[in-house]
Write a protein that binds this ligand. Structure first.
Ligand code: MSP
Length: 636
């Protein structure tokens, strides 16, 4: 393993203050950075703010500020929150920093001189919110952005292009040879499909606004139009500027290539397709891993400023504590999948995992050590190793497996494994009943059990420290230890065991939370969409078979279906499924029908029910029973 480890967050747009999504990405990077510190590596952790582009220019104008004044303010709010969150970053880059300007211009020039950049005219649609170009066929409802669904603007302007198409084969070859380049695996396949579908050259300059990095003077002087760099080209280059590539900063290119770019799934394409192509053009080695996480919703709903339901991570941390928040977001969702934030789920995690499983375990150890041994535990190491051989080996195996999980950024699995160890300890206490052993005066057995738990907590705390740094320090302080990377080598890799411990009591970790600590809970309760069983029983859903299908000529979406619901006559149902199914595919198919929906007319035709279907970004699919069932059978 190389001794250097370079990891980055995306640089955040400064059109908005930090929210849970930003905190999530940054905390994942913080965990990996701390973990690699533990392994004894030299870590460079980069974060920062992305400050150019049309979106930012517009946001500043809206606030009546000049862009620089505006970006200074918001960039500071990111810096401040990471400080409050004790994020262990090594450098905070701003794309308005002068050294970054130097790197971006030098990189542009190099790609130009290599023949990878040419001048042309761009005509197409641009989404200002995503700062991304789209072809007509990519748009939804003719005008809207396929990613954020906001309306795009038609752009027709002179532009420089990057010859992305020329890199298609080299990219595919690279992915093939590095099948862990993109994590998780499902996203790897998605990126390959995207590239295989064909890459178009990328417009990399804009002329219709000013707030961006100017082209290098060698090119600009020959150019009548005022071009600024496309904000994504400018932004991606930050990963090089921060290491002093082609600028006046101290050169740290010995950290290159980056080990992990952690990004959200929405910006994977920029990192996994465009960025490697730019780097190939710059003749630099490519990143080792691009790991894409999922998105957070709140109480099941997409977060948005207009709805006012954006989770403010600072408020959550103020109310529940930093480590509880870190634990929740890291444990709640498998890496790569979307997650939902609710106070209910957060409290559940705190009370059950943190308070019961971990806090109680430490309390029990402290309680029994004080009661039976006056806080001084001592056992014969040989006898102890023999009696607890199996358990000690099992814990060692589990802890050694954690490195692989962290390599794959499976932090939720990493935590699950640590919690298995706490479960083992709690199980041992229940099984051995040390209070009974004490009554029978088997004090050596009690001491061995407590020393076992002490060892287990020391080791677990070391491994827990990247995820919950404060908690780990607190647990270790009980054993008069503090966090040092040499302890990782001693206690984890070399499986060192202590046979004598003097415990220093601390106050209980994670007191139970009885009621939500953030005010919006009342609102949350009222808006919860629960229904009672009685309410549900009013709904009649039945199995039926589609007997006939007619196209409704005036409608792009609707089909007229005749459905047999086991009644005297077939029902006529108008369903908006024409874009997804042909008539041939439908006749004879069983479906689920909401049978007691009030009849209504749709485009002049009576509809006597509703066909149930499920829809996601890949399209719509009808719901049907797994096996053929009698028409009219009720679904409950
Ligand atoms: N500026 C670009 C990144 C350039 S990197 C060279 C950008 N900035 S962003 O501020 O819009 O988003 C930054 C990160 O926040 C992305 O990784 C994005 O996925 C993440 N999130 C934004 N909203 C989110 C959620 N609701 N949930 C989880 N993460 C989300 O994109």
């Amino acid at each position: 393993m190389s001794s250097k480890f370079y990891i980055t967050t995306p640089i955040y747009y400064v059109n908005d203050i930090p929210h849970i999504g930003h905190a999530y990405t940054t905390i994942i990077v913080d965990v990996l950075a701390r973990f690699h510190h533990l392994l004894g590596q030299e870590v460079f952790f980069l974060t920062g703010t992305d400050e150019h582009g049309q979106k930012i220019e517009q946001a500043a104008t809206k606030k009546g500020k000049n862009p620089k004044e505006y970006v200074d303010e918001i960039s500071k709010s990111f810096k401040d929150i990471w400080e409050n969150f004790e994020i262990s970053y090594d450098k905070f880059i701003r794309t308005t920093d002068s050294y970054h300007l130097q790197t971006a211009q030098k990189a542009f020039l190099k790609m130009y001189q290599r023949g990878d950049i040419y001048k042309g005219e761009y005509e197409g649609n641009y989404c200002i919110s995503c700062e991304a170009f789209f072809t007509k066929s990519q748009l939804i409802e003719e005008k809207k952005c396929p990613d954020c669904k906001k309306e795009t603007t038609l752009v027709k302007e002179e532009s420089y292009f990057f010859k992305l198409s020329a890199y298609q084969d080299r990219l595919l070859e690279f992915y093939k040879q590095h099948n862990d380049f993109i994590l998780p695996k499902s996203r790897y396949n998605e990126v390959i499909k995207f590239v295989e579908a064909g890459l178009e050259d990328l417009s990399i300059t804009r002329t219709s606004f000013d707030w961006g990095i100017k082209l290098p003077s060698e090119i600009a002087s020959k150019d009548s139009k005022k071009h600024v760099m496309y904000v994504w080209l400018d932004a991606l280059i930050n990963y090089l500027s921060a290491l002093g590539y082609q600028n006046t900063l101290n050169n740290k290119m010995d950290f290159w290539p980056v080990n992990y770019h952690i990004v959200g799934k929405d910006i994977l394409r920029f990192h996994a397709v465009y960025w490697p192509a730019f780097l190939m053009s710059l003749e630099l080695p490519l990143p080792q891993h691009i790991a894409a996480h999922g998105w957070w919703t709140r109480d099941g709903q997409k977060m948005s400023k207009s709805v006012g339901n954006v989770v403010n991570p600072q408020e959550v941390v103020n109310a529940y504590g930093l480590d509880c928040f870190r634990y929740f977001i890291l444990r709640e969702v498998p890496f790569g999948q979307d997650g939902d934030f609710s106070q209910r789920a957060l409290i559940e995690r705190i009370n059950s995992d943190l308070s019961n499983d971990l806090g109680n375990l430490l309390n029990r150890l402290l309680g029994m050590s004080a009661k039976y041994f006056n806080n001084h535990l001592k056992v014969d190491i040989q006898a102890f190793r023999t009696h607890y051989k199996e358990e000690l080996e099992s814990i060692h195996r589990t802890l050694m497996g954690l490195e692989t999980l962290m390599q794959k950024v499976q932090i939720n699995r990493y935590l699950e494994e640590i919690w298995k160890i706490f479960a083992l300890a709690n199980g041992m206490i229940a099984k051995k009943e040390p209070w009974r052993l004490a009554k029978e005066d088997k004090m050596q057995e009690v001491a061995e059990l407590l020393v076992f738990i002490a060892n287990l907590l020391i080791k677990s705390a070391i491994c827990l420290s990247p995820c919950m740094p404060k908690t780990a320090e607190e647990i270790l302080s009980v054993f008069n230890l503090s966090l040092k990377s040499k302890y990782y080598l001693e206690f984890i890799r070399d499986n060192q065991i202590v046979s004598e411990v003097v415990l220093m009591p601390i106050s209980a970790l994670f007191p139970k939370i009885e009621a939500p600590l953030l005010e919006e809970k009342q609102k949350e309760e009222k808006t919860q969409n629960f229904i009672t069983k009685e309410e549900f029983s009013k709904i009649e859903i039945k199995v039926g078979t589609i007997m006939g299908v007619e196209v409704m000529p005036k409608s792009e979406k609707l089909l007229k279906l005749q459905v047999d619901l086991g009644e005297e006559r077939e029902r006529q149902i108008i369903a908006g499924i024409k874009p997804y199914y042909s008539a041939q595919e439908l006749v004879g198919r069983q479906v689920c029908v909401l049978a007691n929906l009030k009849p209504a007319k749709l485009m002049g035709e009576l509809s006597e029910g509703m066909i149930l279907a499920v829809k996601d970004e890949e399209g719509l699919s009808l719901i049907q029973p797994q096996m053929i069932k009698k028409n009219g059978s009720p679904i409950s």
